[in-house]
Design a protein around this ligand. Structure first.
Ligand code: PLP
Length: 391
């Protein structure tokens, strides 16, 4: 699996140890930090992230002790190159970015961005949460990245939800490999009399990464169950893996078009950003909708729509993220959904928007737990099930 991930991402070495994307981010940024330190380059204390980034990016970098420099997106939703040039300096440790972005837009200036950061001595970090949009078409290595995380539980067939269990391996280029968590899986041609468990002529062993390793980031050596399932998925697709990204992108564009072409009574309640017909006529594997129009019409919020979708049997799309889209719903159908499911979802989405606002603002109605007071829940944590008081 290490070798397969290295190939599809254009990296040199991979560890399977981190068990979530966020932990992969932390691990890779720590490797980058040790790389700078090993060169005596100690003045780099800043990590640049675009404002469309997932919250885990700034969180991971700040857990490593870095100061975060957020740069705004340009008016088309993509990376603002002037803002990047202004932010980069000899204090830049790294830039973290996902491509395509969380707006579902491919960053067409990514090679130039890599060049700008590298010329200043910084490293490029690829947040691989959206890797399923580009696999087989291009790879982070070609875009100029030095390190990447892969969300096996998203790109390689594992559902993402309910908190895992996940797997967030990282890949790095040669110059960062001595800092990877130890140990990594290794293999060599097996010799006479050596155990050869999988019968492929190789002897497998755990290899110590060496004195410069950042150490272990997980009790064991990763989340084996998730890795094995993802391995099976990858082996099944083989070189056809790019078909997965093609279907993910096709499904996303089909669904966006379906949702954005409703009956006239719904049309004024919904916006997609960037809008259909704009320069970004095609999106990648996901797209964002703004529920601001419906809020203006009848006071219904993005959250109300998301809660009501639970009553229709859907796990709600990502809500209020990316934050640069007001009243945002971010929809990512993935490659697995059929045309029938996409058609039904679009029809149900329109049905929700046509309902009496009262039904939405009090939703969900059919789930075992009704609308919860999230602020109260966050302020008054109850960490034990009431039945377990004695334990
Ligand atoms: C763009 C992006 N980056 C990072 C992450 C973090 O991944 P994980 O949830 O596996 O920690 C996510 C998760 O949804 C994401 O969407």
């Amino acid at each position: 699996m290490q070798e397969m991930l290295a190939i599809c991402s254009g990296m040199d070495a991979v560890t399977l140890q981190p068990v979530a994307g966020a932990q992969g981010e932390f691990t890779a940024i720590r490797c980058i930090q040790e790389y700078h330190r090993s060169r005596g380059d100690n003045r780099r204390d800043k990590v640049i992230v675009p404002d469309s980034a997932h919250g885990t990016n700034p969180a991971s970098a700040s857990m490593c002790g870095y100061q975060i420099i957020e740069i705004p997106s340009a008016s088309d939703g993509r990376l603002d190159m002037d803002a990047l040039r202004a932010a980069v300096g000899d204090d830049t440790a790294a830039m973290m970015i996902t491509n395509p972005s969380t707006m579902g837009l491919f960053e067409t200036n990514i090679a130039e961005a890599s060049q700008i950061v590298h010329e200043a001595g910084g490293q490029m970090y690829y947040d691989g949460a959206n890797f399923n949009a580009i696999i087989g078409k291009t790879d982070p290595g070609r875009m100029g990245f030095d390190a990447v995380h892969y969300n096996l539980h998203k790109t390689f067939s594992q559902p993402h939800g309910g908190g895992g269990p996940g797997s967030g391996p990282i890949g790095v280029n040669e110059h960062l490999s001595e800092f990877l968590p130890t140990p990594i899986a290794s293999r060599r041609q097996s010799q006479e009399g050596e155990p050869n468990g999988v019968g492929d002529g190789f002897y497998y062993f755990w290899q110590d990464v060496g004195d410069n390793s950042i150490g272990k980031v997980q009790q064991w050596n990763g989340n084996a169950g998730a890795v094995v399932r993802a391995w099976a998925f990858y082996r099944r697709y083989g070189r056809d893996l790019e078909k997965m990204s093609e279907h993910a992108v096709l499904n996303s564009n089909y669904l966006r078009h379906k949702i954005m072409n409703p009956e006239p009574d719904v049309a004024d309640k919904i916006n997609c950003m960037p809008s259909e017909g704009s320069e970004a006529d095609l999106v990648m594997h996901e797209f964002t909708l703004s529920m601001s129009p419906v809020k203006e019409v009848n006071g219904v919020t993005g959250k109300d729509v998301a809660k009501r979708l639970l009553d229709y049997g859907y796990m709600s799309p990502t809500l209020y993220f990316p934050q640069i889209v007001p009243e945002c719903l971010m929809i990512e159908p993935t490659e697995t959904e059929s045309k029938e499911v996409l058609d039904k979802f679009a029809a149900d989405f329109h049905a929700v928007l046509s309902e009496d606002p009262e039904i939405l603002t009090t939703a969900p109605h059919t789930t075992p737990v009704k609308r919860v007071d999230e602020v109260w829940a966050a302020r008054n944590l109850i960490l034990r099930h009431p039945g377990n008081d004695e334990d």
